[in-house]
Ligand binder design. Structure first.
Ligand code: ZN
Ligand code: ZN
Length: 299
């Protein structure tokens, strides 16, 4: 085990048209854009109250980016997903307590009740729940606490992920369904036009990294023969869904050229009506949204 800061820098292909296998997040910018987008999506939405709570959480995450994150975590450079193997240390709990304190002043009374209950939990209990969440064992954590715990974990993970990426040999990163940095599920796909037209990236639900994944390939089982692209509302809709007739999984595709204001987490959440349509057709999501951490049995 060595700390991230001791790992040698890698030298990836620097040509302007080269596809970046990994795009490191700038958490502060992401949270700012996400908060703005959630405020916009809340207008006239049946989910307005919940989107408003999510915006409060995201705005608080943004302020936490400037706080102390402790020493760099120990990582195993031999691991395929270096941040997956790290122990859930105590530093994220400090983020959680700050997050909860901030929300006490701004959240509605029923949310404040949940926050007060969560603040009374022991560090050992919080550690246990944090470990369960990063391992995808969502059902082991009370549903009403998942959003807040995940938000704090995500601040911690997204802070360290760029440092780890800068020291990874990105040429060795293969197309894979889970985040190559932390091993978590994607939230959704984003389709971008730079440096080439129509590149698809999966956006990590925990560390906010994006990783390249060829389009028209199932991001869950990787087959490419029986894929369908669903478009609702209109022909060139900014959000479409790619489904797989083999494993019956699906992922949302956000076409950023059609609406650059979109954000993977916010727009996935605000378009939950599309999930209901795909569910009616017999498909299941292969993605996880930090604001809807359903039991793992249902994903
Ligand atoms: Zn990740
Ligand atoms: Zn599939």
């Amino acid at each position: 085990m060595i700390v991230a800061s001791e790992i040698q820098m890698s030298f990836a292909d620097k040509s302007p048209l080269a596809i970046q296998p990994l795009i490191a997040a700038n958490p502060k910018e992401i949270y700012q854009r996400r908060a703005e987008r959630l405020a916009e999506l809340a207008k006239d939405s049946p989910l307005a109250d919940y989107l408003a709570l999510c915006r409060l959480v995201v705005s608080t995450q943004q302020t936490l980016c400037d706080t102390e994150m402790g020493p760099a975590p120990e990582i195993n450079t031999a691991a395929a997903m270096p941040l997956q193997g790290i122990q859930v240390n105590g530093y994220w709990i400090a983020q959680l307590q700050l997050l909860l304190s901030e929300l006490l002043d701004t959240a509605s009374s029923n949310v404040v009740q949940v926050i007060r209950q969560l603040m009374r939990q022991t560090p050992e209990q919080l550690q246990q729940w944090g470990s369960s969440l990063v391992q995808g064992k969502f059902s082991q954590v009370p549903a009403e606490y998942r959003l807040f715990l995940w938000a704090a974990l995500s601040v911690y993970w997204s802070h360290w992920a760029p440092a780890v990426i800068s020291r990874m040999d990105v040429s060795q990163v293969k197309q894979q369904p889970m985040c190559p940095v932390c091993g978590s599920h994607p939230v959704a796909s984003v389709v971008v036009d730079k440096p080439r037209e129509g590149l698809r990236y999966l956006h990590c639900s925990l560390c906010e990294t994006e990783w390249h994944f060829v389009r028209a390939h199932c991001s869950s089982c990787n087959q490419a023969q029986e894929m369908s692209l669903w478009s609702f509302e209109k022909h060139q809709a900014p959000i479409r869904i790619e489904s797989c007739d083999d494993c019956h999984g699906y992922t949302k595709m956000l076409f950023m050229n059609l609406d650059p204001r979109m954000d993977a987490v916010a727009d996935d959440l605000a378009s939950m009506g599309l999930d209901a349509k795909l569910s009616d057709e017999g498909f299941h999501a292969t993605t996880v949204n930090p604001f809807v951490l359903a039991d793992e049995m249902t994903i």
